[in-house]
Design a protein around this ligand. Structure first.
Ligand code: AMP
Length: 275
């Protein structure tokens, strides 16, 4: 991969990098398409990164669909795929990690201790292996995108970070590799997450809801209709810092939530409609 990238750079080609954990879907492919649009060559990485999973999480069970992934990448005319082994990325004795920035602390940082340490570490490693001009991340993982932006700026990483919109199913459910875990009943109920977020965001934008505390109650009321779900968190945060908002004045709010449908944990977020 290093040799291939060196050759491309020598030939003056610009490189767009799309890091993924595989089990690719149209959300991932939208990032590849964006990379193809902006850069001469798209490189997609597929690596189920063990260091971002907590011991009780779904590392072993995480969906692995390499053949289909490579077909999808070929269909999107992605020039290069990098599919390293865990040994290659973390050889025995590898003990250096990135301490993630403060924006990694709330939300997912509370629910998934160590997660962003693993994310920041693998992303920095991928940036070092594949010195791309631009790297593409999805807004679906809103906090992750902020963590990577901050890390890149704090560590003087020359790769530009682009954050791309969330691709959704027609019923609003954000595409996720984890959606395959959902039973038909859970899948039928899952759009309540995006719907509740969207409806509360619309009510804030229209002025019908004037305080974050009211927005929170409204979300909880709506989400209570989900009989198969358990809310992990819902917060209305400053979209730059992820600090919980006490008032909407002068802020760009982001509504962000995580919920379990059975054992499957889904995350989603929305801005206000005019964003
Ligand atoms: P993952 O393989 O889940 O780690 O995701 C790899 C990249 O794809 C991350 O930057 C995600 O934010 C992005 N991504 C995942 N799902 C979506 C989606 N539904 N829409 C847009 N980007 C997504």
């Amino acid at each position: 991969m290093r040799a291939a990238v060196r050759e491309l750079r020598k030939a003056g080609k610009t490189i767009g990098l799309v890091p993924t954990m595989g089990a690719l879907h149209a959300g991932h492919i939208s990032l590849v398409q964006r990379a193809k649009r902006d850069c001469d060559v798209a490189v997609t990485t597929i690596f189920v990164n063990p260091t971002q999973f907590a011991p009780h999480e779904d590392l072993q069970k995480y969906p692995r669909t390499l053949e289909n992934d490579l077909d999808l990448l070929a269909g999107a005319e992605c020039e290069l795929a990098f599919v390293p082994s865990a040994q290659e990325i973390y050889p025995p004795g590898a003990t250096t990690f990135v301490e993630p920035p403060a924006v990694a602390s709330p939300l997912e940082g509370v629910c998934r201790p160590g997660h962003f340490r693993g994310v920041a570490t693998i992303v920095l490693k991928l940036f070092n292996i594949i010195p791309a001009d631009v790297a593409y991340f999805g807004q679906k993982d809103f906090q992750q995108a902020l963590v990577i932006r901050r890390m890149s700026s704090d560590l003087n990483i020359p790769t530009r970070i682009e954050i791309c919109p969330i691709v959704r199913e027609p019923d609003g459910l954000a595409l996720s590799s984890r959606n395959v875990y959902l039973s038909p009943e859970q899948r039928a109920e899952a759009p309540i997450l995006s719907r509740s977020l969207r409806e509360v965001a619309a009510a804030i934008a229209s002025g019908a809801i004037k305080a974050p505390s009211d927005a929170r109650q409204e979300f909880l009321n709506r989400f209570a209709a989900a009989s198969l779900a358990r809310l992990d968190y819902f917060e209305i945060v400053d979209s730059a810092t992820l600090e919980a908002l006490q008032s909407f004045t002068g802020k760009v709010p982001r509504l962000i939530a995580a919920a379990f449908f059975g054992k499957t944990r889904l995350i989603d977020n929305v801005g206000l409609p005019q964003d």
